[in-house]
Design a protein around this ligand. Structure first.
Ligand SMILES: Cc1cc2nc3c(=O)[nH]c(=O)nc-3n(C[C@H](O)[C@H](O)[C@H](O)COP(=O)(O)OP(=O)(O)OC[C@H]3O[C@@H](n4cnc5c(N)ncnc54)[C@H](O)[C@@H]3O)c2cc1C
Length: 307
């Protein structure tokens, strides 16, 4: 027996494709919900959902204004799982949907499986030291899924595309728009990642890391303090239980100690290679290949050898 109905709501096309692809086999009907006009919906059709609804958010509006319309659509099913990607906007909307559907919200789910016709959600708790498995005891369940929960798959494009019924309840009006200055790195989709930790002594030394990244075709990510405290890289670039969860072909950690909260974001990588000058660093218990040494000697040597 599979789940009757799953809604996948996303403000990011790659995440929409990933989640729809992952849950398609779990539910009798998967409905995708996107924000934008018909052109956005046509681009999103590659997600392969059985049905695709688009919320035509106008230039002054916000996706949250469609919360009631989405909830009405979900309520027509009599029982459904409502899954969001884990962006800030989606988490806001998930909270509103939780209220409108009279259910609770599970955030940052890192594994979703079907057991005996029910969805089982797994996520990290106690600062990443334990995993909790949960099910919803109510007809509706709302959850946000971390990136990388499912492997991307290609499905036949959705043919059933329609605007959502119901007008937006204009609670939020956009008064200005500014281009995002930081970011641009898609760590979730990256095949190779260099992971910089506090072993890096100065912001300028990121140039050395970027040079190695260029040589091996990798993206640069980091531990939380490098982004949050030092502000040397955008917050979107830090990995861990409160950051991005990645699964590249390989990741090289450079001066990362390997605390559990960081490991929770990188432990789905196929191969973990670690460089740390402290041979007792916990990272060496979590990597496939470890190198005890100074990143200031090893990184330039790698650039020279691999160039
Ligand atoms: C609730 C909670 C959530 C958290 N979530 C996250 C999260 O999502 N992601 C995250 O990253 N952290 C998170 N943290 C923080 C986490 O606990 C660690 O503090 C953090 O991951 C440590 O970052 P680091 O390894 O870069 O720094 P450090 O722990 O300071 O490690 C630096 C390492 O660099 C090595 N080193 C120094 N110099 C060199 C050199 N020249 N060459 C080689 N090695 C060198 C040192 O031996 C050391 O092992 C969270 C903490 C809490 C409490």
């Amino acid at each position: 027996m599979s789940i009757q109905s799953i809604f996948v709501i996303s403000d990011d096309l790659a995440a929409l494709n990933e989640i729809c692809g992952g849950v398609k086999a779990m539910a009798e009907k998967v409905t995708a919900v996107v924000f934008g006009g018909r052109d956005t919906a046509d681009k999103a059709a590659s997600c392969g959902a059985d049905k695709l609804l688009y919320c035509p958010v106008d230039d002054e509006g916000a996706p949250e204004n469609y919360a009631a319309a989405i909830a009405d659509e979900v309520k027509k099913t009599g029982g459904a799982a409502v899954l969001f990607n884990n962006s800030i906007r989606s988490r806001c909307l998930a909270g509103i949907l939780g209220v409108l559907l009279d259910t609770c919200v599970l955030t940052s789910v890192n594994e979703l499986t079907e057991q005996d016709g029910e969805l089982v959600y797994r996520r990290m708790v106690y600062g990443g030291t334990a995993q909790r498995h949960e099910r919803f005891a109510k007809p509706y369940g709302v959850a946000t899924l971390s990136g990388g929960v499912f492997e991307p798959v290609t499905l036949p494009a959705t043919g059933d595309i329609a605007p959502i019924e119901g007008a937006p309840a204009a609670g939020i009006k956009r008064i200005a728009r500014a281009e995002k200055k930081e970011g641009g790195t898609n760590l979730v989709a990256a095949k190779r990642i260099l992971d910089v930790g506090r072993g890096l002594a100065a912001k300028e030394d990121l140039e050395m890391i970027r040079a190695l990244a260029k040589v091996i075709g990798a993206e640069v990510g980091c531990s939380r303090p490098v982004a949050e405290n030092n502000k040397w890289l955008p917050k979107a670039n830090y990995m861990g239980i409160t950051g991005v969860q990645v699964k590249p072909d390989f990741i090289i950690t450079l001066g990362v100690s390997g605390q559990v909260q960081h490991i929770g974001g990188i432990n789905k990588s196929k191969v973990i290679i670690s460089v740390n000058k402290d041979k007792a660093a916990p990272i060496f218990k979590n990597c496939d290949f470890g190198l005890v040494g100074d990143i200031y000697k090893i990184v330039p040597a790698l650039i020279e050898k691999l160039s």
